[in-house]
Design a binder for this molecule. Structure first.
Ligand code: SF4
Ligand code: SF4
Length: 230
């Protein structure tokens, strides 16, 4: 899933106040927290109320959603019939969805309603979202027992652990942030390479732990990346 955080209403209104008819477009794809039709309707209400409180009474919002905002064909077929009279779009998708709408509808101004933060996972029983992958383009999980050192080790070390691993804990404090990005708690985190060692030991694959991993080829993850779909 792509983890997103809602932008502050003031910032969204700074984009939208010049307009009268705004289409708020959710995404039923992989954003977390969900940003589908229900959230689009909530944003529509909040934007209209926020605009009214600022003396702008003629701003009207309509809410809709698409199955995958990163798919230009889906966006085009779903949204084209809904665009009549629309003078701006607020996208609730990740940054990819926003840019897809910009490319599909170049005549309409498109604004982001979210800050895109990371690719991660969620524990169903808890409220925490965990970053899991930095899309490095050269996945190492086959050698590390399925634990990503690039994401879980703050130094991204490929042949760990470093000297900062004490009793299995990382020397770098782990900051837990709320939706606004404010640090709410700092906790000691397990060293990624300690976890990798324990996992490979359990799998009887410590040969993989001893293997030397050369520096990553960063050229393959330089941006922007393109890939031909065959
Ligand atoms: S090594 Fe880590 S960052 Fe790279 S692709 Fe695999 S999970 Fe993602
Ligand atoms: S202690 Fe472990 S997780 Fe922390 S920086 Fe060193 S190798 Fe990475």
């Amino acid at each position: 899933m792509i983890v997103v955080k809602g932008k502050p209403l003031d910032e969204i209104l700074s984009f939208l106040l010049p307009y009268k008819n705004v289409l708020i477009v959710g995404c039923d794809g992989c954003t977390q927290p969900p940003r589908g039709l229900r959230e689009a309707m909530t944003y529509a209400m909040l934007v209209e109320m926020g605009a009214k409180l600022r003396g702008k009474t003629d701003l009207k919002c309509r809410a809709t959603t698409v199955a995958k905002q990163c798919d230009n064909h889906i966006c085009s077929t779903t949204l084209t019939p809904q665009l009549e009279g629309v003078d701006a779009i607020l996208s609730l998708a990740c940054g990819v969805g926003v840019q897809t709408l910009v490319e599909v509808f170049p005549e309409v101004p498109v604004y982001p309603g979210q800050n895109t933060t990371f690719i991660g996972s969620q524990e169903r029983e808890g409220s925490m979202l965990y970053e899991k992958c930095k899309a490095c383009g050269e996945c190492l999980l086959g050698e590390t027992g399925g634990i990503c050192p690039i994401t879980n080790c703050p130094k991204g070390i490929l042949n760990g652990p470093c000297g900062g691993c004490v009793d299995g804990k990382c020397e770098v404090p782990f900051e837990i942030r709320d939706e606004t990005g404010k640090v709410v708690k700092t906790v000691a985190k397990d060293c990624a390479w300690y976890l990798i060692y324990q996992r490979l030991k359990k799998l009887n694959r410590l040969d993989l732990f001893r293997k030397y991993r050369p520096p990553r080829n960063r050229a393959i993850s330089s941006s922007p990346r393109l890939m031909e779909v065959v």
